[in-house]
Write a protein that binds this ligand. Sequence first.
Ligand code: AMP
Length: 442
Amino acid sequence: MTFASLGLIEPLLRTLETLDYKTPTPVQAQAIPAVLKGRDLMAAAQTGTGKTAGFALPVLQRLMMEGPTVASNSVRALVLVPTRELAEQVHQSFMTYAQNLPLSTYAVYGGVSINPQMMKLRKGLDVLVATPGRLLDLYRQNAVKFNQVQTLVLDEADRMLDLGFANELDAVFSALPKKRQTLLFSATFSEAIRQMAGEMLKDPLSIEVSPRNAAAKSVKQWLIPVDKKRKPELFLHLYQSRRWQQALVFVKTRKGVDELEAELQRNGISADSIHGDKPQATRLRALQRFKAGEVLVLVATDVAARGLDIDDMPLVVNFDLPIVAEDYVHRIGRTGRAGMTGEAVSLVCADEVQLLSAIESLTGQLLKRVDEPDFIPDHRVPVTVAGGVVIKKPKKPKVKTVPGSGKGKIHLGNWFEESEAPKAKAVRKVPSFGGKGPKKKG
Ligand code: AMP
């Protein structure tokens, strides 16, 4: 399937080509044609599924093709989001996707001065991304009018309710034109969300792209095969050549933690560590320094890191694979949160292939292998395939190793893995809401 076949116009296709988006993600494949037709949408999709482009592209196209030009202080597409971080992120996405279109986009949120936002709104905006509280402030001060709103997007609707925006949302909804398109995105569908959907949406298309487990969310996961003794050298090489910044690094043993920390410090990288031999106060201080950005690399064992409040890391490195496969899911659960796409890279040596296989069976996905040219291991890491089988004698690839010929079924819970994964059989679950759809209000 191509973006062109979904009916997108040429300027958008050109942009997607520049961005190197080759194929639509499942949520995009379903959402784009429906939104272009003007349908309402109720989508269960998390960050990492490509949902932003799923609504931004067709919304931009409709703004180009339909409706009058924007009047002063007016808005044509309104996107409500729970946090200022997400507002900025979604606004950036709109700007990127609209780079070949003569449309204006902007983001407003609380915690910053309202005056520049009022100024910006004077000319009117094609797309306004907003947190509910600040939007309502602007509306009450007549800085924004809603009579031109043709599309409303609710992004992360569940988080907006969790953050206590229900009243603000109600106030905004009642001020919006009744005739409009509404697109609702939510990671979860509680009764409150279903009720909101029932009131807001007309004959919505239901889309669900559900990751099967925690490992399948917006975390880009990959591994580098390497000889055991060269792991410290490889880590240093990656850290420097890939310009990594903050990283949480998991090492199997306390001794290993100390050794890596010392090696990093010898090489001028600010590192601290936590493990079970260290007093609680020392561990907490290390954590605080790490969170404050005073230390860039935090090296930890699983036990010491468990229960610690570190959960918005851009990068988790499995210097050693965990003995218990579930720990892998806990480790990588510390990245890819808060609307960010995270990365989890594992340095894997031949000895660890059974651990790798156990992790792949648990998460239901093969980890993509990426060889680092100067670190191709002498002791090859055997090829793993779906279902946890290990082929004893792998072929010796020259540059790139492609795992798995794909016997048996594998669930690739997230398009990211699917698009980059080897040709294993993919079984995707995209159920509709079926009979449990939103109740229509009579
Ligand atoms: P989202 O789930 O909207 O936060 O998107 C996650 C990431 O995937 C973003 O960095 C997008 O730029 C990227 N992305 C979205 N759609 C595609 C696609 N079809 N091909 C490649 N990358 C994409």
